[in-house]
Design a protein around this ligand. Structure first.
Ligand SMILES: [Zn+2]
Length: 269
């Protein structure tokens, strides 16, 4: 469920400040998110952990695949505090068996392992930069659109086997389309990574602000480079089947800090 609300007026006639958060959009389930505005000088915690507040009072929170069912969001402004209990809907996951991927991507040799480690370090550095930079672009408050219009071939959270061997759960949403299909940015952002990786093939990462990033994997062609600014709808590359992939598709992933979340929940349906 998503809903849009007008930005609220925070300062009351008396000059006292209203601490309750105003929801911009939310989907309260594992892999989902909560976006709100609070008075800009507010202090915000989730389950006791500090949450960064943007210059216009933006707050973004997202939920891990195995997040607790209830989390308390506390917003304090001046002497006034407000507590909101965020209750997540339950979610179940299936197992998906993926076959005919290059065996080297299931059981990499030492040289490939080294390359994977380098790819992971570069990806982590890019994600850290997005989280630490605290660039409060408006990407995460926009209405999101699909990067390609295509049938779903894999969903967030499923346990995965590759060529019969169990590997980590699926951290994204797969859309099956022909090689060469153009991929468009679903929202405004800045390119943090554009790299030929061993597992994810050609991989692009966009930073949407608020520590929210999205990734596009197995691309045939990358049309952007690190530092490029993109607007929603700009072409960033094309669908392919590079890396650990059994056929042309787009693996679309999203993260809040280091938490993998479900990108499809961001698209207005
Ligand atoms: Zn995928």
């Amino acid at each position: 469920m998503m809903r849009m609300m007008a930005v609220a007026t925070f300062v009351l006639a008396s000059g006292s400040v209203f601490a309750a958060p105003q929801v911009v959009k939310q989907d309260l389930q594992p892999g989902g998110f909560y976006v709100a505005r609070v008075a800009p000088e507010s202090t915000v915690t989730l389950g006791g952990d500090a949450v960064v507040v943007g210059p216009k009072g933006e707050v973004v929170i997202a939920f891990d695949r195995n997040a607790p069912r209830k989390q308390v969001l506390k917003v304090c402004s001046g002497s006034s505090c407000d507590e909101t209990v965020l209750t997540l809907k339950p979610r179940t996951y299936k197992t998906q068996n993926v076959t005919k991927v290059p065996q080297g991507t299931v059981t990499p040799d030492p040289a490939q392992e080294k390359r994977v480690a380098e790819d992971n370090a570069a990806t982590q550095a890019a994600r850290d930069k997005a989280a630490a930079g605290a660039r409060w672009r408006d990407g995460f408050v926009q209405e999101w659109r699909l990067p390609i219009t295509a049938p779903t071939s894999g969903v967030f959270g499923s346990r995965r086997t590759y060529n019969g061997q169990e590997r980590s759960w699926h951290k994204g949403h797969d859309l099956a389309a022909k090689t060469g299909t153009t991929i468009k940015a679903p929202a405004d952002g800045i390119v943090r990574l554009a790299r030929d990786t061993f597992m994810s093939g050609n991989l692009v990462m966009l930073d949407h602000g608020g520590a929210v990033t999205s990734v596009y994997a197995h691309m045939d062609r990358m049309d952007v480079k690190v530092g490029d600014e993109v607007k929603a709808g700009d072409v960033i590359g094309t669908v392919g089947t590079t890396g650990r992939s059994s056929g042309p598709h787009l693996h679309w992933g999203m993260y809040w800090k280091n938490v993998a979340i479900d990108p499809i929940l961001w698209v207005h349906k």
